[in-house]
Design a protein around this ligand. Structure first.
Ligand SMILES: *Cc1c(COP(=O)(O)O)cnc(C)c1O
Length: 436
């Protein structure tokens, strides 16, 4: 690495630097809010975040007292009914949204569907067009991130079919191609903020502004950004966003996702899944549908209370923690990982190749390393030795860095074990269960 921004001299040995960086880390105490398995360096929080220590007790109360004792009264007395919007407001500051614009529920896939169809319907009605859209009749294209996590592409293709549009695949890492694809035919744009595979961070402010200038609406997928780095949804004029809560927000396996609908679009937002929870008077049991005002319109059916309240409890680890501090530590962690990997194993393409951009402006909170020919064997051995990352077939080693509970000594150990494993695999020696 040419430049290390941590302020600790580069000349010292990596283990001593790790100790100094940990000692200077203001987020270090937050680690104690989590239950982490002994002897494991967990670098997979970008797939499934770690367990906050107080969640099991909270869920025991939700099940035993709220459900077991209060029963149906908990919909009002325990605040179950309002949970989707209340928890949305707790996530909002982490993604730069004011209150009343985020609702929690359903999976990311389902929310991609609501947001993309909702955005196209707005464009077609003319209500959502930023400029030059008119009635929006000619807006028949949906630009879709070609490098996306597959579910987004599948759902966008179906949304296009339903709305009479054509999906137009574009790589958001190529802003010129993106601008060339935009035009008077573009209804909506579905992009990822951080690429799940490479860890590349896309330029949300510039891409959103370009889409707006073309009169198109934006839908941003924040799965690999929410809880990892600042997003600035309101500040950058994003129209819709979705994200998951079981990655950097530590909500637990299958925790409900979130949907952001900018306040200015809520009155005209026409959800393609108008379930009874989004009715103006759900308990009137009216055969006629009347959409509720506000972000509750993004709901569908009965909220998934157990998962939702596990998520709500998990979000308490953010008390007193700002997303800017998390971003600063994330960059320091990934810089330090690259420095250690370069020192111990080499990053010159033999066998490791850096796939994540080195520029901070283009880097999310993960490092992806190409490891041609042996990635599977390497990751298997890493996990056996307590360094948990993941594999993206065929040859990508993926390491997620979660500043709330990952320290610099963890990073140094992960790089050292990686170097040992690479040597073993290259030499063809059988895996040795010993730990460093
Ligand atoms: C993790 C992830 C998803 C997950 O979708 P689910 O419906 O929650 O399974 C979707 N999109 C992206 C970009 C992701 O990273």
């Amino acid at each position: 690495m040419s430049e290390i921004r941590t302020g600790i001299p580069v000349t010292t040995d990596p283990r001593a630097r790790a100790a100094a960086l940990d000692a200077a880390d203001a987020l270090r105490p937050v680690r104690d809010r989590f239950t982490l398995p002994e002897g494991v360096v967990y670098l997979d929080g970008n797939s499934l975040g770690a367990l906050p220590a107080h969640v099991p007790g909270r869920i025991a109360d939700v099940i035993g007292r709220q459900w077991g004792e209060l029963g149906i009264r908990s919909w009002t007395e325990s605040g179950w009914w309002q949970a989707p919007e209340r928890i949305g407001d707790r996530i909002a500051p982490l993604v730069g949204a004011g209150p009343g614009q985020i609702v929690v529920g359903d999976s990311t896939s389902v929310n991609v569907f609501k947001a993309v169809v909702g955005a196209v319907r707005l464009a077609h009605s003319g209500a959502g067009a930023h400029s030059g859209g008119g009635a929006g009749g000619g807006r028949t294209e949906i630009i879709v991130d070609a490098t996306t996590f597959p579910t987004d592409g599948y759902i966008a293709a179906s949304a296009a079919k339903l709305t009479g549009c054509t999906p137009v695949p574009v790589d958001p890492a190529d802003p010129a191609a993106f601008r060339a694809a935009l035009g008077p035919r573009t209804a909506a744009v579905l992009l990822n903020h951080t690429d799940y595979r490479s860890g590349r961070l896309h330029d949300l402010p510039a891409l959103t502004a370009a889409a707006r200038a073309a009169g198109a609406l934006t839908v941003w997928d924040l799965c690999h950004s929410a809880g990892a780095l600042p997003v600035g949804l309101d500040a950058h004029g994003v129209d819709f966003a979705v994200g998951c809560t079981y990655k950097y927000l530590n909500g637990g396996p299958g925790a409900p996702a979130f949907l952001y609908v900018a306040e200015r679009h809520q009155a005209a937002f026409d959800s393609p899944l108008p379930g009874w929870n989004s009715h103006a008077e759900p308990f009137a049991m009216d055969p006629e549908y009347t959409a509720v005002a506000g972000i509750r319109r993004g709901r569908v059916g009965t909220p998934d209370i157990l998962s939702m309240l596990a998520l709500e409890a998990a979000l308490e680890v953010w008390d007193g923690v700002g997303i800017e501090a998390v971003r600063a530590k994330s960059l320091a962690l990934t810089d330090f990982f690259l420095e250690c990997v370069a020192a111990y194993a080499g990053l010159d393409g033999r066998p490791l190749e850096l796939l994540t951009p080195e520029r901070h402006e283009e880097r999310g909170s993960q490092i992806a390393l190409g490891c041609a020919g042996s990635a599977e064997a390497v990751m298997e051995r890493l996990i056996a030795r307590g360094v948990v990352g993941d594999l993206r077939r065929p040859d990508v080693l993926r390491f997620g860095f979660t500043p709330l509970y990952t320290g610099f000594a963890d990073v140094e150990r992960a790089a050292a074990v990686l170097a040992e494993v690479l040597k073993e695999v290259a030499a063809g020696t059988p895996g040795e269960p010993g730990r460093r």
